[in-house]
Design a protein around this ligand. Structure first.
Ligand code: ES4
Ligand code: ZN
Length: 327
């Protein structure tokens, strides 16, 4: 058996994928058409041509424009179903997916339509593909904390369909200290919590997300690499990082995959896993392509690959029965 086949066959767990970042250009065009939403593109080809980024913000501008096509429960079902169909071919077994309801709800979509549309597809994915999925309601830093709190309160009656709360969008000018009340509220509701920290933000944002927000894992986390004390904190507290190697390169967050701190964190015994972030905007590179890219650039050992798959299971919020099946 070849090494690349071994990596293809690894049972995969994805913990860092933004649902709206899996919107393939063809589906964007189709949903915009059926909902009569104006977007500045008439073909999938144009969207692909526009998907070349110079920075995180240049990506976010196009990405949030893509959000505007969604209106109905069916739209959300169709979006997540397309993801399940795609990743089932790459041996995905479990995923926890960020969905950015805050954008849609602020435009007038009902939270219940989003959550129930996604939940229906999750039930079907378990039946048809044996994929289990947790939904992570994701707060967006470009909205004020009061708006985040409003959304969380609306989500309480839908609690059983939501495994945890995340936070994304650009860290620029948005330190973790602004969100202490929000994360306290989320934890009091019994939700798991995670946050993007140390993507483009400074090392202190990783430390403060751990100490002030009490995150259970850290999305990206690569910004801690210049601070051995914070890398050590990640290891000692067993806060795993959900890395997105292709995303980091295409958004110019790191120069190349070996320059992202994969080797450094492995050696420091920080738990980690590899994820796709926004696969459709990054050249349709899903989780299996991220695994393949790391192997091509770095050639990890079989033992390291097995550890990474185990880390992903450990870091997940899967119920014990699912966890048992993943082992
Ligand atoms: C994202 Cl803050 C951030 N970074 C990279 N990709 C993203 N997708 C959604 N939010
Ligand atoms: Zn992300």
């Amino acid at each position: 058996q070849t090494k690349s086949q071994f990596i293809k066959d690894l049972p995969k767990v994805e913990l860092h994928m933004h649902l709206e970042g899996s919107l393939e250009p063809e589906l964007m065009i189709e949903i915009a058409k059926r909902n009569n939403v104006d977007i500045p593109f008439t073909s999938a080809e144009q969207i692909r041509e526009a998907s070349v980024f110079t920075s995180l913000q240049s990506f976010l501008d196009l990405y949030y424009l893509g959000h505007t096509v969604f209106k109905t429960r069916q739209d959300f079902y169709d979006l997540i179903w397309a993801y399940f169909k795609r990743v089932a071919t790459g041996n995905l077994r479990h995923c926890e997916i960020f969905f950015e309801a805050q954008e849609h709800v602020n435009r007038g979509v009902k939270l219940e339509d989003i959550v129930l549309g996604l939940h229906d597809a999750c039930v079907q994915a378990k039946k048809e593909f044996g994929i289990t999925c947790g939904l992570i309601l994701t707060l967006l830093r470009h909205f004020p904390p009061e708006n985040m709190m409003e959304l969380l309160k609306q989500a309480v009656p839908l609690k059983e369909y939501i495994v945890g709360i995340g936070m994304s969008s650009s860290e620029a000018g948005c330190p973790p200290s602004l969100y202490v009340d929000i994360f306290n509220f989320a934890r009091e509701q019994g939700w798991h919590v995670t946050s993007h920290a140390g993507e483009i933000g400074p090392p202190e944002y990783v430390k403060d997300s751990i100490e002030l927000l009490k995150i259970e894992r850290c999305d990206h986390g690569i910004g801690a690499r210049t601070r051995p004390d914070i890398v050590k904190l990640l290891a000692e507290k067993e806060i795993g990082v959900t890395m997105c190697p292709i995303s980091n390169v295409l958004l110019k967050v790191t120069e190349s995959i070996p320059y992202s701190p994969i080797r450094q964190y492995l050696d420091a015994n920080v738990k980690m896993c590899f994820n796709s972030d926004d696969p459709s905007y990054f050249g349709s590179n899903y989780i299996d392509e991220n695994y393949a890219a790391v192997e091509k650039e770095m050639g990890l050992s079989v033992r390291e690959w097995v550890k990474i798959v185990q880390d992903a299971i450990d870091m997940s919020w899967a119920e014990d029965d699912v966890r048992g099946k993943l082992q």
